[in-house]
Design a protein around this ligand. Structure first.
Ligand code: BG6
Length: 369
């Protein structure tokens, strides 16, 4: 059942091209229009949405943070991401024109379920992105978009995360299509780029030997930092979460722009730092800004572990290690950038002799508040 792999987690990492492919499959009708699975929200109501709030916990919340950048860019609808347990008790502002999107692999996380019920009671439209057919959260929601990652056994989420991001993209492109005009035209282009992502993830999975080697030499490491910007920021936080969960190492993800406002004080000789570099084509010159960040921390002694696109030579002079990912549209890059970080944590956990599939103190699905 582990498909020849030593752990479920490793199998699930290698399942990721299929998780993305299957989540995209069958999403378009005969006229090429995107469709949701089960909808009890009319097209008119969806067209009227003026605000989206994403509620989720853990890895699913980081998928939501990636979604915020993409959905706002494609639809121009304001998107807020709230941890489900915070949303429920913060007197949230929602109306009939709010779409509350929950993201949950299990569909049973109590914090997320309570947030959905609360939103529904306040009159919001609720949509569930979920990996488990017929689970409680989709049953309690007005619309469902299933992720087709297949069962995820390892406690630390990997393929469900990629499938959640993919489903969020589909939702964003669907809403853009509903807006029509240039929004719909752009959505069509992005959908074509999205269809190419499974093959790119596949290619990336064949080139991760060096990440494994780096991880094996870091079994004694006490702290690792992760930097990212734009969609790379939630990826930095998810990379840090994987390392905490799997290897019990102190890890923190930061927005790269925040570095100079505090975290740079943490940098001293030998401090390992992963940097998720936006592709050179990312708007607003963000690539150059992150390259400067690498330079700044390297000058203070950091060991820079750089995740950068193929062909991005600007990072080379400041990188102790360069981990290459295939080129992609900037907003879709999270589907690639997280993969080496998952493999890093898996390998480091294995090197420490830990239980990869069932880390201490954690449960796959937390059904208490
Ligand atoms: C945590 C799991 O307790 O719940 C995480 O350990 C997971 O891996 C989070 O991301 C949310 O779970 P779900 O099922 O709602 O996506």
């Amino acid at each position: 059942e582990k498909g020849g792999f030593d752990t479920f987690m490793e199998k699930e990492i290698f399942d990721q091209p299929d998780a993305v492919r299957d989540t995209l499959l069958g999403r378009t009708d005969s006229e090429g229009r995107l469709a949701l699975d089960e909808i009890r929200i009319s097209e008119d109501e969806l067209k009227n949405i003026d605000r989206i709030t994403i509620v989720a916990c853990g890895t699913a919340a980081y998928a939501g943070m990636v979604a915020k950048y993409a959905l706002e860019h494609w639809t121009r609808i304001p998107v807020e991401v709230a941890l489900a347990h915070e949303f429920r008790y913060c007197d949230p502002i929602v109306s009939e024109r709010t779409l509350v999107v929950s993201i949950s692999q299990s569909g049973e996380t109590m914090d997320t379920l309570m947030a959905v019920k609360h939103a529904r009671d306040l009159g919001a439209n609720t949509l569930s992105i979920c990996n488990t057919h017929g689970a409680t959260i989709p049953r309690e929601s007005d619309a469902v978009l299933y992720t087709h990652a297949g069962p995820e056994i390892a406690v630390a989420s990997t393929k469900a995360f990629l499938a959640q991001i993919t489903a969020c993209y589909v939702l964003g492109l669907y809403l853009a299509q509903l807006r029509g005009g240039t929004y719909a035209d752009d959505a069509k282009k992005v959908m074509a780029e999205l269809q190419e992502m499974p093959a790119k993830i596949d290619e990336l999975l064949g080139h991760l030997d060096r990440v494994r080697e780096i991880a094996r030499f870091m079994a004694d490491t006490r702290s690792v930092l992760f930097l990212g910007r734009n969609v790379g920021y939630p990826i930095a936080m998810e990379g840090a979460l994987k390392l905490k969960e799997l290897a019990y190492i102190h890890a923190e993800g930061f927005a790269a722009g925040e570095l100079k406002h505090g975290p740079i004080a943490l940098i001293d000789a030998g401090q390992p730092v992963f940097i998720v570099v936006p592709g050179p084509d990312t708007p607003h010159g963000l690539h150059g800004k992150v390259v400067s960040n690498i330079q700044e921390i390297r000058a203070r002694g950091a060991r820079t572990l750089v995740i950068a696109e193929e062909g991005d030579e600007a990072v080379v002079p400041f990188a102790d290690e360069v981990i290459r990912i295939p080129k992609s549209a900037p907003l879709l890059a999270p589907l690639l950038a997280i993969v080496p970080l998952q493999v890093f944590s898996l390998e480091l956990s294995t090197a420490k002799g830990l239980d990869v599939d069932q880390p201490r103190n954690l449960a796959k699905s937390v059904t208490v508040e």
